[in-house]
Design a protein around this ligand. Sequence first.
Ligand code: C5P
Length: 294
Amino acid sequence: MSAPALVLQTPAKINWALEVLRKREDGFHELALVFQTISLWDELFFYKKEKGLEFSILESSAPLEADDSNLVLKAARLFFQAAGLEPGIRIELKKNIPVAAGLGGGSSDAAATLWGLNHLFETRMSLEKLQSLAAQLGSDIPFFLTGGTALGLGRGDVIVPWEPSADFFLVLVKPDEGLATPKVYQSGKAAFTTGEKARGFEKILQTQDPEAVARGLFNGLEPAAFSLLPVVQSLKNSLLEAGALGALVSGSGPTVFGLVENEEAAQTLARKMKAQAAQVFAVQTVSQGPRIIP
Ligand code: C5P
């Protein structure tokens, strides 16, 4: 088999803060949220071919269909349509990021697909153009084109990049069950707030102090995730009891992350949590989106 023309790694995210401001007329919720990419990566392999669009999943940590509902395929179709090109690509996905987890894995794969095809076919679409295509596919996909640390506004699709943060160390715990994002938003249990906590996070991150970051953590979807899946609350309590400085549901859940002082503390906490959750990862923050693997 020939070598891939391009290999990308694309990261998962957590949200330091997620505030739901109000329900909009289009059915979405107006948000102010802080995105942060972390060192847990999916891998995408691109092979050029004469004609057509092929997609397969090489390995996955969870059952996942390589069908039309997959965001990689949707992103590839949208790219070729917008570029006015005949498709000619095979894409393979190695899935390491848990699915339906609140970690943005599918969104990250979609963003990397747009980014990778733009690179490979030398179509020179601007970041703005890629962001507008990404927003058609899902609310948090524009963020993953650039990754790092950013404020998200609107339905999460309007990205204000922030300075790269210092390295912070986290432990992610993901229960067996997933949570469907629409169910979490529509549960009637989300807390509505003003957006000040999310906007104020830029200053908190500048302190580079994990304890200050831990004090600022906030997620208005947390009560909804707890009520749909009570084990999420138990996992949060366990992280705190096991020594995390702070803990929070990521996005719409059900993954909970615990923040600790350093890498060693993350390894220790991850070992303690392994008895309690199906999937446990010790990770750190990273300041990028998709990256080319030579
Ligand atoms: O945009 P995305 O496809 O990720 O959104 C999935 C679902 O999550 C939406 O259909 C909607 O029910 C909910 N959602 C929302 N407000 C947002 C983002 C998502 O209500 N800002």
